[in-house]
Design a protein around this ligand. Structure first.
Ligand code: SF4
Length: 147
């Protein structure tokens, strides 16, 4: 079966010191935030650095489709950052449905850019996020690129 091409990515920026909860492996201080299965994130209960060995285990699909990675933001190097806020976090709250009433037990809340900016509304939508996804997901596409 031929797999659909991945056209868009959800990866955000944040203020200095904060963690992006939908990061890419090349970003600073990458750690595994959770594991994605069937479109739902299971958050890890201990800090696990993202290593080359872990990345290798995710092949051939790659880490951004099966893991949620947290890392330090890239600020103005990220297309989602407007100099103050993460526009991606704002769009996620505006465009994606609530998937949980209970805040996930994630380990980065105190430093999470999305939480700092959007509060619990971000957490209520966070588990459904897949950092790298196919263009079949219209809601994700709109959230990722703002169209
Ligand atoms: S659950 Fe909330 S605090 Fe944790 S990564 Fe997601 S948005 Fe950030």
């Amino acid at each position: 079966m031929v797999e659909k091409p991945v056209l868009y990515q959800i990866a955000s920026a944040s203020s200095a010191g904060a963690f992006c909860p939908s990061a890419q492996p090349h970003m600073r201080e990458p750690r595994v935030l959770g594991v994605v299965r069937d479109g739902d994130t299971s958050y890890l209960t201990e800090h696990v650095p993202l290593t080359d060995d872990l990345v290798a285990l995710t092949e051939p699909v790659g880490p951004s489709r099966v893991l949620r990675i947290a890392a330090r933001c890239e600020e103005n190097a990220c297309t989602h950052f407007d100099g103050v806020n993460c526009r991606l976090a704002a769009r996620i709250v505006q465009l994606l449905p609530v998937v949980t009433d209970v805040l996930p037990a994630c380990l980065i809340r105190a430093e999470c850019r999305w939480y700092r900016q959007e509060g619990r509304a971000a957490c209520q939508r966070c588990p459904q996020i897949v950092t790298e996804f196919s263009d079949e997901n219209e809601a994700f596409r709109r959230a990722a690129i703002g169209e």
